[in-house]
Structure formats: structure tokens, C-alpha cells
Design a protein. Structure first.
Lengths: 405, 184
């Protein structure tokens, strides 16, 4: 390397052009942190030495609020946690309370719960796909995803009256039965959706830039993924065949025929492929749920817990009394505690409800999949480039409403 | 606070003398019996309700119990689903509890471990050495209940600001915080 020219020391090329470490703040107002997530990054050049997530910007004290609300009022709060998968949150909460009350849910209500939850899962995955692609630089996908998502939002609106905050499930069943013609509208969506998934594949899967940005990025081995408590598509992207719908079936999922997609690459690409395949599986479940829909009641036979029909309330004295008592005083839930896990679109959503026998819960705790998945971010991202952090966050599919609660 | 017949709130003191009497039949019974074989002091009491098994563990043994349950071939609780605190009420003694929800990714069974704590001494050994995911769960429990996890690598507040006063999910913390505001 000895050259005749004498290079002044300040112009000498060294291995590490910046021999200093720099700490920068990524977020909380950063478009690709999916909400108000702040990352404290210690950088060496463009390499991430240390990444520390800083959360809590959206903390609204929901768990405290639950203790001051009656059981049925809590359903509305759950909508606001993971706002991309509100029906999943509703389901986990009402199932936990139903478990404490030990009431049976009619077959039709169970089927409608599965049907709408799977539609919601597809909608949640569509938002993930659109924003993940947007973060990486592919803008077109976003519009295609939101076109499909809009159809699902319309379906959920038709059933519940709400788009982002449906509160459709009630303790003991559903708010009301599906509107007339709902099955036909779902079928219409179903007919076109598989073609749309193929369309998404043509936009991203064969795209060399997308492949380069995702393959081999954000590696986490199966052992580490379990140790860090990853769940849902993130865990299955590390090759672990685990789905709560299979492991601890609920709401009759054991009767449905579907596959649990897994990929063994353990990187962002694997998590992408798992979710893409999951959308098709959810589509399959919706088809089966449609064929299982039989006429029947959608509310459990528990007059002290479930609000009576409007018509009965107006004509029957006892129904009016029950209606008044439920609305004015709530209902007592036997003392005890339950932990109810479900497979939400992002992973294991667990609800811990503790009752002391009164009409308000003594403690409600949510084990949010986003919260736990985000805690593994430093493990996945240290040693990678800043631009890869964006891809990794996208692949974790986090929602800050659920992390901060 | 509690008036109902909540067996778990009235923690039986004599249960510690002979825990085997408290064992009710459940799919996890052999596993818990085996756990007692290893060390009789690991289990204070066991209860089975609504299809869920709860084991009350003395806090000084929690790390041993967890590492044993994680590796024992019949248990394989390799996945820590959740840790959450609970406040039984200001007058209750013991006042606090910490619930560990364990899950096995291979056997698909679940178990709840519970630690009960008096208000004066809210120290619990950390289980971050057993499962790394315990890190944020323990920080959250510390943040909202003020339970101190001894040996935790980074025990800071996680959801609330660093200068927040009080522990928000304790029953004596007002819903709207302290007036005019809870920051220093």
C-alpha cells in the first residue's frame, strides 16, 4: 500500500469512515413506524448498533378504565386497541367474560363470529401488505389493498353499523343478526378476492427490489422467536407450526378445514409469504362458514346477561325488567379469573379477566401480540442497516393502539 | 373488597402444610405432582377452575419453578404468554399478585403461576433469565403496579413517562390521576 504520493492523514481512507457513534431518534412522527413509535437508534455510519423502542405515546389507560365500566361497556374499549382487527379484540374479551359466566353461545352466532373474524383478518393483513410495501417504496400495492379492504369494511358496516369500531360481538352472542342479503354480498367479495391475491403477488413477489429488501433481513431463529414470545405470522415465519385456532380451538375452529402456513427462512420475506398464504386460508374459512350458516338464534338463552329483542321488550313485562336491569345495573359475574387466548391477525391476543363477583371487572389485562412482537425488534435489527429497520417494523405488523393500550 | 366465595382470594394458610390435599383432577395433575416430587416447597396451593389450572408459588422459588417447567419433558412450557399484575384491593392482605401465563408450543397446554405479595415487600425475582420475553412484561407490571423485579436488566417505566408519580393500576390510584396532573 505504500505509494509515492504522501496522503495527508485527513484524506486517508479507513475501514470505518465515521469512527463515531451517533444517536438519532426515529419517530414518534415517522411514517414508517406505524403510529407513534419512537426508536432510539445508535448508529455507526448507516449500521444500527443498538435499537431501543420507546413506547407509551398512545397510552390511554384502557386497563384502568375497564375497572370503572360494566362488563358490557368494556366491549367498546376493546375496539380501540388493535384498530385494524377490532372484531378479534371483541371476540377475545367477550369469550373471556362468557367463560366466567359459563354460558353457551348458539351455533349460528359462533359461525357468524368465525365468518366476520376471518374477514377482519383479511382486512388487517391487507393494511399490513399495503403499508409494508409502501414503507419499502412500492406505492401501487397500497391502492390495490385498500380497494379490497374497502369491500370488507362495507361488509362489516352492513353487519354492525361501524367500520373501524364495530363492537359487533356482545357477551352472550351478537349485537344482532346479519342483515338480509349479507351472504350474497360476502359471496361477491369471495368470488373476486383470490384473483386479487394473485394480483398482489404479481406486484411484489416477483419484484427483484422487493426480494432484495426483504430476503435475509430481520433474521430470528425458531428458538429465539419462541424465547422472545413471538406469535402469529411472525412465529410461523420462523418455521414454528403454531396457531391458537389449532392448538387451543375456540368458537368452533376445530370444525373448519384450513392449513397453517409456515415458512422456514425466518426473515422478513418469510413473514411476508406466511401472511400472503394466510389470506387465502382465511378466504377458505369464510367459504366454509358461509356454507355452515343455518337459521337460528344469535343470542344465548341468558335473560339476565343478554339484552332482549326490541319487540319482546315492548310487549313483555319481564323482558322490559331485564332490559332495564342490564342497562342500569349491569349483571354480576361470578368471582374467578380466566385467561382467554385467541389467534388474532397479529398473533396471540390473550385477555386476562378477574372478577370479584360484581358488575365491574376487578382487573382486565390484554396480552397484545404487537407489544410482545415489538419487544423482539432490537434482537432482529441490531447489526442491520437503517433502511432495513423500516422493513423489519413492517414485517412485525404492529399497531400502536394495542401496544400502548 | 370481596364478599363472594372466591377461594383464591381467601388464600388458605394451611394449604402450605399439605398441598396434595388441594390437588383436583386435571390433565396437568401428573405434571404438578411431579413438580412436587422435585421440591415440596415449590407449590403453595393448586386450584382448578373453568378449565384453567392455577398454581400459587412462593416468590423465592419462581425462577426455579419456571426453569424446571420450561425444560421438564412432561411440561415443556417454553413459551411465556404473559405476565400481569393485579391489585386485590387496598385492605386486602396479601394485596398484590403476579400472574404468569405459561404455554407449551409442542404440547399446547397452559398453566398459570401466581405469586402473592404483601404491600410492604413487593420484590419478585426476575424470570428474564428463563424467557427473554419476560423483559417487557415485567417492565409493564413495574410501571403500573410498582412491583420490583430483582435482577431485571432494564427495569424502567415502559408505558408511562419516567417522571410519572404513583402506580396507575393500583386500586388507590384515582382514575383521573392526581390533580392538577400527575407529573412532577
Amino acid at each position: 500500500m505504500s505509494s509515492a504520493v504522501n496522503i495527508p492523514p485527513q484524506f486517508e481512507v479507513v475501514d470505518r469512515p465515521l469512527d463515531t457513534q451517533m444517536t438519532i431518534s426515529m419517530g414518534p412522527q415517522h411514517p414508517s413506524t406505524h403510529g407513534v413509535l419512537r426508536l432510539e437508534l445508535v448508529l455507526d455510519g448507516e449500521m444500527v448498533v443498538k435499537a431501543t423502542p420507546d413506547i407509551g405515546y398512545l397510552h390511554t389507560g384502557m386497563e384502568k378504565l375497564f375497572e370503572y365500566k360494566k362488563y358490557q361497556q368494556g366491549i367498546v374499549i376493546t375496539d380501540r386497541m388493535d384498530y385494524l382487527n377490532p372484531l378479534g379484540n371483541n371476540l377475545a374479551y367477550v369469550m373471556a367474560v362468557e367463560k366466567l359466566l359459563e354460558i353457551e353461545i348458539p351455533e349460528r352466532a359462533q359461525t357468524i363470529r368465525v365468518l366476520t373474524c376471518e374477514l377482519q383478518r383479511i382486512a388487517s393483513h391487507l393494511v399490513w401488505l399495503g403499508t409494508h410495501a409502501l414503507d419499502i417504496g412500492a406505492m401501487t400495492v397500497f391502492f390495490y389493498c385498500f380497494r379490497e379492504r374497502e369491500k370488507i369494511m362495507n361488509l362489516i358496516e352492513a353487519a354492525s353499523g361501524g367500520r373501524l369500531t364495530p363492537s359487533y360481538f356482545r357477551i352472550g352472542g351478537l349485537m344482532m343478526d346479519l342483515p338480509a342479503g349479507f351472504e350474497r354480498r360476502v359471496q361477491q367479495f369471495q368470488d373476486g378476492f383470490l384473483k386479487s391475491v394473485d394480483e398482489f403477488h404479481t406486484l411484489l413477489t416477483g419484484n427483484r427490489i422487493f426480494q432484495k429488501r426483504t430476503q435475509g433481513v430481520g433474521y430470528i431463529s425458531a428458538e429465539d422467536a419462541i424465547d422472545w414470545g413471538l406469535s402469529g405470522p411472525c412465529l410461523r415465519g420462523s418455521g414454528v407450526d403454531l396457531d391458537i385456532r389449532r392448538a387451543n380451538p375456540y368458537t368452533g375452529y376445530e370444525k373448519y378445514d384450513f392449513e397453517v402456513p409456515t415458512e422456514s427462512e425466518c426473515d422478513v420475506w418469510a413473514r411476508y409469504m406466511v401472511r400472503m398464504r394466510e389470506m387465502k386460508e382465511s378466504h377458505k374459512i369464510v367459504t366454509q362458514a358461509l356454507s355452515r350458516l343455518r337459521p337460528g338464534p344469535v343470542k344465548a338463552d341468558a335473560p339476565k346477561v343478554v339484552l332482549p329483542d326490541r319487540e319482546a321488550m315492548k310487549t313483555h313485562m319481564d323482558a322490559l325488567i331485564h332490559h332495564f336491569l342490564i342497562v342500569a345495573e349491569g349483571f354480576d359475574v361470578p368471582a374467578g379469573e380466566v385467561y382467554q387466548p385467541i389467534e388474532a391477525s397479529k398473533g396471540e391476543l390473550g385477555v386476562y379477566v378477574k372478577s370479584d363477583g360484581g358488575p365491574k371487572p376487578a382487573r382486565v389485562h390484554f396480552r397484545g401480540p404487537s407489544f410482545v412482537n415489538l419487544s423482539a425488534l432490537p434482537h432482529m435489527s441490531e447489526g442491520c442497516m437503517v433502511a432495513d429497520i423500516v422493513a423489519i417494523i413492517g414485517s412485525l405488523d404492529i399497531v400502536l393502539g394495542e401496544i400502548d393500550r | 373488597m370481596t364478599t363472594g366465595a372466591n377461594s383464591e382470594n381467601n388464600l388458605p394458610e394451611n394449604a402450605a402444610t399439605d398441598p396434595s390435599q388441594n390437588l383436583t383432577p386435571s390433565p396437568l395433575s401428573p405434571l404438578l405432582a411431579a413438580l412436587q416430587q422435585v421440591n415440596r416447597e415449590w407449590i403453595t396451593s393448586t386450584s382448578e377452575a373453568l378449565g384453567e389450572t392455577t398454581v400459587i408459588v412462593p416468590r423465592e422459588h419462581i425462577v426455579d419453578v419456571c426453569s424446571h417447567l420450561k425444560t421438564a419433558p412432561e411440561a415443556r412450557f417454553d413459551f411465556l404468554a404473559d405476565i400481569c399484575g393485579a391489585d386485590r384491593g387496598v385492605e386486602e392482605e396479601p394485596r398484590f399478585e403476579v400472574n404468569y401465563h405459561l404455554f407449551s408450543t409442542t404440547k399446547h397446554h397452559r398453566l398459570r403461576l401466581k405469586i402473592v405479595l404483601n404491600e410492604e415487600d413487593v420484590h419478585v425475582p426476575t424470570v428474564t433469565g428463563v424467557w427473554r420475553t419476560a423483559n417487557w412484561h415485567e417492565r409493564e407490571t413495574f410501571d403500573l403496579f410498582g412491583i420490583i423485579f430483582d435482577g431485571h436488566p432494564d427495569l424502567r417505566r415502559i408505558l408511562l413517562p419516567d417522571d410519572w408519580q404513583g402506580y396507575a393500576l393500583r386500586k388507590d390510584f384515582p382514575l383521573r390521576g392526581y390533580e392538577p396532573y400527575s407529573l412532577k
